[in-house]
Design a protein around this ligand. Structure first.
Ligand code: XMP
Length: 511
């Protein structure tokens, strides 16, 4: 049985990060909500260890998330983090209390004793704290293995039962030896061998789908983004021509992008690819529409219609494949965050396509793991490292009404900006960078004549997760060259501005 760790989710903000850190240590980790798995299922699944995550609650609060205490008696090692630590202590008969001065937040000096969890960790180090409650009295059988100035039980353990609890967050980088502690938990306590790598994952996934999908007709919506591209290559290795990719070109792609996707997948990889050129159809629906959310809604809906019509032509489909990745799964499982922008993806497809089965080969992977597999499968660098591109494409970068003429101007401006960024050979490329065609015009002078041209905005940001982003201090020379070329080479553009707003308060896209 494959070696894996269960991350039992109690609603903390770092839960994805925990799974990611475990995988960085070459052990496969999967996250499951605390109330979606029974002790018996945990046992049957053969987990090598369990991690209880943090969470915003107090164990004594009404409706606090509590798991079945039997989880602690399975004989499987458990590491409780923050709320998870308090929960472990509470379920084992310890006492939890509000910390005397309201809690501890941020970097904190940590004093650790000799313990297997702290092997290789100095007696004094720095940890990251974020809590109000804390363990006051450890349960019988547990001993204290670390403390801070405010927190007498910063770590406790019952080494006989292999139960470990830490009040701080080993998964965040501010905890200096956090990764060492997780390493100790996985290798010294759970006895993991470290068998997991994204590359091995690909090989076994291909093998598995070759068996499971033999003789079945598989349909995939390919966008050219890294997720659907990697899903396509992986499934193609498994089922060959039984995989049919439909690429809906809505005419809102960047310069030459549609052709590049077609050429890559059809000519280079020999995939069975149907490209649908639907630009006219999308532009017709978008005529006169200026409201950003309305544009998104129309594009999402039209995309599904076009795809559905194409799928119908193919007759009976056995399997619908999607390039869903792990953060998509986890984020959509929550869904109570406010909708700032409705992100268009292929989420509506399962409702309109008639199929027997859905497969999502990348469902358990993070983006960097997907990229590693893409590289392994020979996906060109440009696609593996492609910056994110919104589903509604350039429609949300042409402010106001979208027309073919405006799209043509934006495509050129965007291509020039990208060329100049590439030519600059920056030590680190921006995480996302593009041009926007504003709906403003401005006065200028060219030769001796007055001009009244449109205004192009350039945007470049750095970010870890796109939830927040910082505008990038691009070298002036790059901006100067891009602005010069855009105004000289594109008729009708009279002015170029650079966006120096971070997110928040702005978003990455202008619409
Ligand atoms: P915002 O503008 O919300 O963008 O700060 C964050 C990231 O999401 C991308 N984005 C979208 N992606 N459909 C998508 O698939 C959308 O409607 C959409 N809107 C924004 C954006 O490009 C950035 O990477």
């Amino acid at each position: 049985m494959e070696e894996k760790i269960l991350v039992l989710d109690f609603g903390g903000q770092y839960n994805l990060l925990i799974a990611r850190r475990v995988r960085e240590l070459h052990v496969y980790a999967e996250i499951c909500p605390y109330n979606k798995i029974t002790p018996e299922e945990i046992r049957q699944n053969g987990y090598k260890g369990i991690i209880f995550t943090g969470g915003p609650n107090s164990v004594y609060a009404d409706g606090a998330p509590l798991c079945d205490p039997a989880v602690l008696d399975l004989g499987i090692p458990v590491l409780g983090i923050c709320y998870g630590a308090q929960l472990m202590a509470y379920l084992s008969g310890g006492e939890i209390r509000l910390a005397e001065n309201g809690g501890e937040y941020g970097k904190t000096a940590l004093y650790t004793d000799e313990d297997i969890l702290f092997r290789g960790v100095p007696a004094e180090s720095v940890c990251w704290m974020s809590h109000r409650d804390q363990i006051q009295t450890p349960p019988d059988g547990f001993r204290v293995t670390a403390h801070t100035a405010q927190c007498p039980c910063a770590a406790i353990c019952d080494s006989e039962k292999r139960l470990y609890a830490v009040q701080f967050h080993p998964e965040v980088t501010h905890t200096a030896y956090g990764q060492q502690m997780l390493h100790n938990f996985l290798y010294e306590i759970c006895g993991c061998a470290g068998l997991w790598s994204a590359e091995d994952f690909a090989a076994s996934a291909i093998e598995k789908y070759r068996r499971e999908l033999a003789g079945k007709k598989v349909l995939l919506a390919l966008s050219g983004g890294v997720d659907s591209s990697v899903a396509a290559l992986l499934l193609h290795r498994a089922v060959g021509d039984n995989l049919i990719c439909v690429f809906v070109d809505h005419g809102l792609l960047r310069k030459d992008e549609g052709d590049f996707v077609e050429q890559t997948f059809r000519s280079r990889f020999g995939l069975h690819l149907n490209r649908v050129n639907a630009e006219e159809r999308f532009l017709r629906r978008l005529a006169g529409v200026t409201e950003p959310e309305e544009k998104r809604r129309i594009i999402g809906e039209e995309f599904i219609r076009v795809f559905e019509a194409e799928a119908k032509k193919l007759g009976k489909i056995d399997v619908l494949a999607q390039g869903t990745i792990y953060p998509d799964v986890v984020e959509s499982g929550r869904g109570d965050a406010a909708v700032i922008k409705s992100h268009h993806n292929v989420g509506g497809l399962p409702d309109v396509i008639d199929f027997d089965e859905i497969v999502e080969p990348l469902r358990s992977l993070f983006k960097d793991e997907v990229r590693a597999i893409g590289t392994q499968l020979g996906l060109p660098e440009e696609l593996v490292w492609r910056q994110p591109f919104p589903g509604p494409g350039l429609a949300v970068r042409v402010l106001g009404e979208v027309t073919a003429e405006k799209l043509a101007v934006l495509r050129e401006a965007d291509a020039i900006f990208r060329e100049e960024i590439a030519a600059a050979e920056l030590s680190k490329a921006p995480d996302q960078y593009f041009a926007v065609l504003t709906d403003m015009r401005s006065v200028g002078v060219m030769g001796d004549a007055r001009t009244y041209g449109c205004v192009v905005a350039l945007r470049a940001v750095v970010t870890d997760d796109f939830m927040t982003a910082e505008w990038l201090r691009l070298p002036y020379g790059v901006l100067e060259k891009a602005a010069g070329r855009i105004t000289n080479e594109i008729p009708g553009v009279g002015r170029v501005v650079y966006d120096i707003t971070s997110k928040p308060p702005a978003t990455v896209e202008w619409e």
